[in-house]
Each structure stands twice: as C-alpha cells, then as structure tokens.
Design a protein around this ligand. Structure first.
Ligand SMILES: *Cc1c(COP(=O)(O)O)cnc(C)c1O
Length: 360
C-alpha cells in the first residue's frame, strides 16, 4: 500500500558541488525534505519539497514542553547499484513506541514507507556508492500547535531530512562508568527516542571529557552498578566468547543495530546473553584475565570499539582487534547492508519510485 506524496522539485541542486570524499556530517542536507501535517485527527499534506527553513510560531508546543521524537536510519547504495533502506519496519515500530510514550499520533506504515521512498528516490543521487558512505535519514515528529499550556498538542509535523554520512570510524573510545548522573530512570522514557533524553546527557559527557574520556557508560539510576548504554549507543561485551548485552527495558533504547548484531551472532552459533551486567562483573572478568571486548553500536557511528573503561578511578583495557569477534560481526552486518552478502533476513528495503507520486 502506498500513500500519495506530492512532489515539488527543487529548481536547483547542490549535488554537483558536493564533495563526497570530504563529508562533514550534520550540515549539508540533500536538496529535498519530506513534510506532513497532523491536523483534525489525521496526517495530511504529505509532500517532498525543496529543503529550506520554515516558519514556526514561538507558541509552538515543541519549543516549550518537549513533545519531540526522532529516528536515525540509513539508505545504502548496494553493490548492484540499487538503493536500499535498512530495516525501515523496525525503525517505524520504535518510532511509534516513542510517539505513544509522548502522547503523539502514530505514523501509519504506508505513510512512513511512502515518505522514505519518495524522499530517497527524489534525492537518489545523494546516495553515494563510495566505500563506507551512506545517506543518513532523520525522521522527526514535533508538536507544532501554537497554543501555550501543558497539554497534548492537536497539531504535529512529521518531517524527514536526509544527508550524506561517511563511515566515521574515529578509532576506539575511552569511556568512564558514570555513577553520579542518570540517563534514564525506571518508569521514565529512556526507551523512547525523544529529544528530552539527549539534552541532559550533555553535561555528564562534558564532565567526562574534561577528565580525558570520550563518553560515559551509563548505569542504572537506582544502584549505579549495572551498565545500560554507551553514550548514545547500545553497549555490548564479548566475555570469554559470549556476547553479553543489557536486556531491553524502559531505560534502554531498543537499537536496530543491537538487534541485528544479536541475530547475526545467534546464527553463527555464538552464545548470546541479554541480561544485567554490573561493573563488578567486568572488574572480575578483567582481573581473571578473561578476553573482554566492549563496543558501542548504533546507526550513526555503526561500531565503536571501547579501548578503555574507567571503573571508579581504575582503568581496564578491553581488547580491540580487527579480527575480534565484535569487529567481525560488525563487518558481517555491513556486508548485508551494502549488498556484498545475501540478505536472508530481508533487512534491506529496496527503494522504488512511488507510483502515486504526482510530479509537479
Ligand atoms: C538511537 C540510539 C541507539 C541506537 O539505536 P540504533 O537503532 O541502533 O541506531 C542507542 N541508544 C540510544 C540512546 C539511542 O538514541
């Protein structure tokens, strides 16, 4: 099923002057964006139009009370030349869980898929086939109703912006187990990708950087003993050959990459454990001399090995190797997304031009 999307083409393109060998993420969107409005109880005015600034009332509720939700996903140029979006169905499920938590209207699947297909096919030239490059897609939904007061808004915008991204492997990171600040509390909204979870994380991250670390390893808000996430990524460990990651619950973001890596590991007959993992267990493993790998996993930076973990002032050093278990799993995932390997899980959504799109 498709959803009609109106297309208003840009009269000029920045593509010809864009340097794909020097991608600076975050500041160079493609020529178009997708936009829809939720009004009178339904989504309407779905359109792909030139990327440009838009007007919003200072009374818009998103600016005051934080009804904002986003996603982060990627489109890849497969080696056969087709363009594929990685696991849009899984991203939509999460987007709708986030929206539900924030009392915002859900996005129906035909609207979501048609929105992605229309935008990505319109800006297809921006999906670079250079090794490691892809097109980052940022769906966002926010309350646009201009009526002050803490209440569920009656009007929302759903937009998708797109921009090239390189496989920015910046080497490994040094992290600190955070035992003072909390990213997400039980009963809170840590599992939702909503704006309010990210602003408060900036200060603890700044403080960790001042101490020489790149990121914090978040712990649970009650005891500050159990590892939850690494910065804005899910965290995984390989301990004595077993893949261990904290279990999903309301303080943990249900990452698409986390799920994909678990699936690949299980299918390679690795033992996988989704369970609580305390920093004391990590200390023990390091002191026993076990082989420990630690890594962050998420859409933007994909796979980030952790080379140092500070636990209450003592440093421990996980092994980082091109031939490690985690690096191999990460490469297997990348080979599926780029069409180098078969896609037995049907994770790749091949982009087709939306037949109902009206070219204007
Ligand atoms: C987005 C995000 C992740 C990773 O999710 P992916 O779907 O793999 O990109 C992990 N943790 C947090 C806090 C996030 O916001």
């Amino acid at each position: 099923m498709t959803y009609p999307v109106h297309l208003q083409r840009s009269s000029s393109s920045r593509l010809a002057v864009y340097d794909f060998s020097n991608i600076r993420f975050g500041q160079n969107p493609t020529d178009h964006l997708f936009s829809a409005v939720y009004r009178d109880g339904k989504w309407q005015e779905a359109e792909v139009r030139p990327f440009q600034d838009f007007l919003i009332s200072p009374l818009a509720l998103c600016l005051h009370y934080g009804q904002t939700v986003f996603e982060g996903m990627k489109a890849f140029r497969l080696i056969n030349g087709e363009v594929s979006i990685f696991r849009p169905d899984k991203h939509l499920q999460r987007l709708n869980r986030s929206l539900e938590r924030m009392c915002m209207p859900e996005i129906p699947e035909p609207l979501f898929i048609s929105a992605l297909d229309s935008l990505v096919s319109t800006d297809e030239g921006w999906v670079s086939g250079l090794a490691g490059n892809s097109l980052y897609l940022r769906p966002l939904v926010f309350a646009s109703e201009a009526r002050l007061g803490v209440h569920e808004a009656a009007e929302y915008r759903f937009m998708i912006i797109a921009m090239p991204i390189a496989n920015y492997y910046n080497g490994s990171v040094r992290v600190k187990v955070e035992t003072q600040y909390t990213r997400a509390a039980e009963g809170g909204a840590g599992y939702a990708k909503h704006g309010g979870n990210y602003g408060p994380a900036l200060l603890p991250t700044r403080l960790a950087r001042a101490q020489g670390f790149d990121q914090v390893l978040w712990t649970d808000g009650k005891t500050h003993k159990f590892i939850e996430e690494s910065g804005t990524m899910n965290v995984m460990f390989v301990i004595d050959g077993k893949l261990v990651t904290p279990p999903l619950k309301d303080t943990i973001l249900d990452g698409v990459n986390r799920d994909s890596i678990l699936t690949l590991a299980r299918d390679r007959n690795m033992i996988t454990e989704e369970r609580e993992i305390g920093y004391e267990e990590l200390q023990d493993a390091f002191q026993r001399g076990s082989t420990v790998e630690a890594f962050g996993i998420g859409t933007a930076a994909v796979f980030t090995p952790i080379s140092e973990i500070d636990i209450l002032g003592t440093s421990y050093f996980p092994s980082v190797s091109e031939n490690g278990v985690s690096a191999r799993l990460s490469r297997a995932l990348q080979d599926i997304r780029t069409g180098v390997d078969a896609d037995p899980y049907h994770w790749n959504h091949i982009v087709t031009v939306n037949k109902t799109t009206k070219i204007v």
